[in-house]
Design a protein around this ligand. Structure first.
Ligand SMILES: Cc1ncc(COP(=O)(O)O)c(C=O)c1O
Length: 395
């Protein structure tokens, strides 16, 4: 018996590998602080939970329309207009089991064997595997800390070939926390509009978790509106990772493709979670500001502490809840007898010696970096960074 070739090429998610290793050490009685996972440490707000309880009482027990309840798609259309200045009609919107499935659906709908999908590094771990599952070929655009982890228009232009189907990026970015400004996007639009068959997936799931300006949605540039798929979801902003609701807005062709695919795979997202999502999306974004304020406070605190860690070069993340230091100055050095050749070695060294779980940048396409999540309590963050500092500066 053997699994199919498609699965042979799939790697287990690096974040999951790290968290299971951390769990193993915890089970042995080690006091591990986990800064490896990508989810808010808050609970879902009560007003959203109440809406779900009400939905159960109201007997939302049956299959929903495949692309999502009409009332939810109306709420999403209003949200797109209110927060992003985007016009999507409800038949351009597809609700799925998380933004991850939305991205998967688009890739399966568009990519044929050998088609190229451009991923600027660093990218969210699952992007590359979602491309692989569609038999596509990943083409990386390398960006480093010196360019704030953002692709330039020239890099994009150079990466496009006659096989390019899709460009996929997130802003705010997981893992770098970088956010493209309106003018940076405008410069990229100048390239994108010259390739009308190129589809750009703009993953805006961290939209509300920004610390300076509001984000600009790529689809708000009218000249490329038709080429852009806007992906978003409830997981991060509303602390609803386990509810599994994501959604996209796209042109009619792509939206229809995603709905057709989904109709044969899941039949649609969970009915109770969809009802709760209506309440969440209709709420004023100020309802969730307390979480964003807390993340900002932690970001500022972590930025202060991290400056004192030897060999860590940092940039200031403007969104999401990760810090992404370049740690390549430590490569080739020995810490407490352990030779650090790369970011994987450093992540394992920190787990073993500082009992702090982080994630190596290797599977994000940035092997010089380490992703550290600050979606954790201030107390845990202080202790974790104290331990990291000791393990490196005194190692
Ligand atoms: C950039 C990015 N996009 C999408 C997702 C998936 O979110 P969801 O929980 O809605 O599937 C994540 C989750 O970590 C993410 O970081």
């Amino acid at each position: 018996m053997k699994l199919c070739n498609r699965l042979q090429n799939l790697k287990p998610s690096a974040t999951i590998v790290m968290s299971s290793k951390a769990r193993e050490l915890k089970a042995q009685g080690k006091d591990i602080i986990s800064l490896s996972l990508g989810e808010p440490d808050f609970e879902t707000p009560d007003f959203i939970k109440e809406a779900a309880i009400q939905a159960i009482k109201d007997n939302y027990n049956h299959y929903t329309p495949v692309p999502g309840f009409v009332a939810l798609r109306e709420a999403i259309a209003e949200k797109f207009k209110r927060d992003n200045g985007l016009d999507y009609s409800i038949d351009q919107i597809v609700v799925s089991t998380g933004a991850k499935q939305s991205i998967y659906n688009v890739m399966q709908s568009l990519v044929d064997e050998g088609d190229e999908v451009i991923l600027p590094t660093p990218y969210w771990v699952s992007y590359a595997d979602i491309v692989t599952l569609a038999n596509g070929k990943v083409v990386e655009i390398k960006t480093g800390i010196e360019q704030d982890f953002k692709m330039t228009p020239a890099q994009l232009e150079n990466a496009i070939t006659d096989k390019t189907k899709v460009l996929l990026y997130s802003s705010p970015c997981n893992p770098s926390g970088s956010v493209y400004s309106k003018s940076e996007l405008a410069a990229l639009v100048e390239v994108i509009k010259r390739y009308p068959d190129l589809v750009v997936i703009s993953d805006e799931i961290y939209e509300h978790i920004t610390y300076e300006d509001k984000i600009t949605s790529l689809a708000s540039f009218p000249e490329i509106y038709n080429q852009v798929v806007t992906v978003n979801g409830l997981s991060k902003a509303f602390a609803m990772t386990g509810w599994r609701i994501g959604y996209l807005g796209a042109n009619h062709l792509i939206a229809k493709g995603c709905a057709t695919l989904q109709g044969q795979v899941t039949s649609g997202a969970n009915a109770i979670a969809q009802r709760a999502a209506i309440t969440a999306l209709k709420a004023d974004p100020s309802e969730i500001q307390y979480m964003v304020d807390a993340f900002k406070e932690r970001r500022d605190m972590v930025m202060d502490i991290i400056q004192d860690i030897r060999g860590f070069t940092v940039h200031k993340p403007k969104g999401a809840f990760y810090i992404f230091p370049d740690v390549s100055d430590l490569f080739g050095k020995t810490l407490n007898g352990v030779l650090i050749n790369n970011a994987d070695d450093l992540a394992f060294y920190l787990l073993e010696h500082a009992h702090v779980a982080t994630v190596s940048g290797v599977s994000f396409g940035s092997p010089n970096c380490l992703r550290i999540s600050y979606a954790a309590s201030v107390e845990n963050l202080k202790e974790a960074f104290k331990r990291i500092k000791e393990a490196i500066n005194n190692g």
